[in-house]
Design a protein around this ligand. Structure first.
Ligand code: PEP
Ligand code: MN
Length: 333
């Protein structure tokens, strides 16, 4: 729950903390735009007791994504990654591109140079891959992390890569500018809490059967730990028709932007699973108002060890980028 405090009653704030402590709770203080609030777990009878304290303006209890909401923060969150790379409203769409998995130094550097030349600002490539089958290529693991550092050095691209588990967060944070939490982990609450203390922005992908509310509550786990920088990613949800890998829920983009101040991006690669459909859905994502796109690109998609069927070649990606530039101009972005 969130306990909104009256700023003018600052001397009495200690009473509120004391009441929460007497219930065995250790509240976290958060402040924004002149407002101060305490975040704490709920306990029986507590909401009523808090309501009687003079320093308490309001108690918001129940399942709610308070910190992610526009009500708490009306102004859109902009995530600055240095040297003019910003993700969020008012910035040019952030194009994040790269191979599903890092395979070799040559493969990664070829893609990195290619997508940078085409205008992408961020490189997304997996060292640790969450694969549906335990027998599929699981990524090179920690051995691939120095390759990401090398790619950043060579191109200036910001690095996005996935952390699969709590133990991997710090390891990934050493090289990543943004840590990805994948769909399969959207409901991994200990991992989300850990990501909230990672000191890096988090790219949070919607679970394949997750509602909008569940996605926002997952983001709330990260925010509640003190990390304000979460990027939400619509990557398609499971439908009944196997003609596409998933169903891209484009209405989620404006809906999320209405509900939350967090940036929202679209991943047309996992949403369709088919490279020939990716350019159209990338453009549709931008037209729907996405703050960025996540696109899988491989120098030789037919030989990719992971997600080749949905990966664009460097040539197709470069052509798409020129179309996206035209579209962005037309959209006034
Ligand atoms: C990925 O980004 O390569 C990936 C595994 O995506 P998702 O978590 O959306 O399935
Ligand atoms: Mn992939």
């Amino acid at each position: 729950m969130l306990v909104l405090l009256r700023p003018e009653a600052a001397p009495e704030h200690a009473q509120v903390v004391a009441l929460l402590s007497s219930h065995g709770l250790a509240p976290r203080t958060i402040a924004r735009d002149g407002r101060v609030a305490l975040l704490a777990d709920e306990a029986p009878g507590l909401v009523e007791a808090l309501g009687h304290l003079p320093a308490v303006a309001e108690v918001r209890a129940g399942a709610s994504w308070v910190l992610a909401s526009r009500a708490w923060q009306p102004v859109a969150t902009r995530i600055a990654l240095g040297e003019g790379v910003v993700i969020g409203a008012g910035s040019p769409p952030a194009i994040i591109a790269g191979p599903c998995a890092i395979e070799t130094e040559d493969q990664l550097l070829t893609v990195a140079r290619g997508v940078a030349a085409a205008g992408a600002r961020l490189l997304r490539a997996g060292a640790f891959k969450p694969r549906t089958s335990p027998y599929a290529f699981q990524g090179l693991g920690a051995a691939a992390l120095p390759l990401l550092a090398m790619a950043r050095e060579a191109t200036g691209l910001r690095i996005v890569t996935e952390a699969l588990d709590e133990a991997g967060v710090d390891q990934v944070a050493e090289v990543a500018d943004v840590i990805q939490i994948g769909s399969r982990n959207m409901g991994n609450y200990p991992l989300l809490r850990r990501a909230g203390r990672a000191g890096r922005p988090i790219l949070l992908k919607r679970g394949m059967a997750a509602t909008i509310e569940e996605l926002l509550l997952a983001a709330e786990y990260v925010l509640a730990e003190g990390n304000p920088n979460v990027i939400l990613c619509e990557r398609g949800i499971r439908g009944f028709d196997r003609a596409t890998r998933n169903v891209l829920d484009l209405a989620a983009v404006p809906l999320l932007q209405q509900a939350t101040h967090l940036p929202v991006i679209v991943d047309p690669s996992h949403a369709t699973g088919r490279s020939e459909l990716v350019p159209a859905m990338a453009k549709a994502g931008l037209a729907a108002g996405a703050d960025g796109l996540l696109i899988e690109v491989h120098p030789d998609p037919d030989r990719a060890l992971s997600d080749g069927a949905q990966s664009l070649s460097l040539e197709v990606f470069a052509h798409l980028m020129s179309e996206l530039t035209t579209l962005s101009t037309a959209l006034g972005r």
